[in-house]
Design a protein. Structure first.
Length: 122
């Protein structure tokens, strides 16, 4: 940076310092309109009781609107899919509870023995 840049930066800093300590003058009519709009919106929200709306809208709002319901639907579909057709690495919970399937605690797969993890415990 040269001296000209330093002088320009000092001028800008001085102007910003002055602007920081001055509050902007807002016209009274503008402030009155903003406050009237805010009061109208506040009263509209207070006047809408929850029980007057349709039950479907009430349940949707309870779960966070359409975004929340969409997430619940996606999670439900994934859960049903995994429950009906579980991956090979997961045991079938229904068959396990009914006694059709047993799980082995010990495994001799190469993933567990090839890295020496079985030797680390002593």
């Amino acid at each position: 940076m040269n001296q000209h840049d330093d002088e320009a930066n000092a001028e800008v800093e001085a102007l910003l310092g002055q602007a920081q300590h001055q509050s902007p003058d807002v016209p009274a009519t503008l402030m009155a309109r903003v406050l009237a709009d805010a009061e109208k919106i506040r009263l509209d929200r207070v006047r809408a009781p929850v029980h007057d709306r349709a039950p479907k809208a009430w349940w949707s709002d309870l779960f966070g609107g359409w975004q929340g319901v969409g997430g619940l639907v996606a999670a439900t579909c994934a859960g049903v899919w995994i429950g009906v057709s579980p991956p090979d690495t997961l045991p079938d919970a229904g068959a396990f509870l009914l006694g059709y399937e047993t799980t082995d605690v010990t495994s001799t797969t190469a993933e567990l023995t090839s890295f020496g993890w079985d030797l680390e415990e002593g």
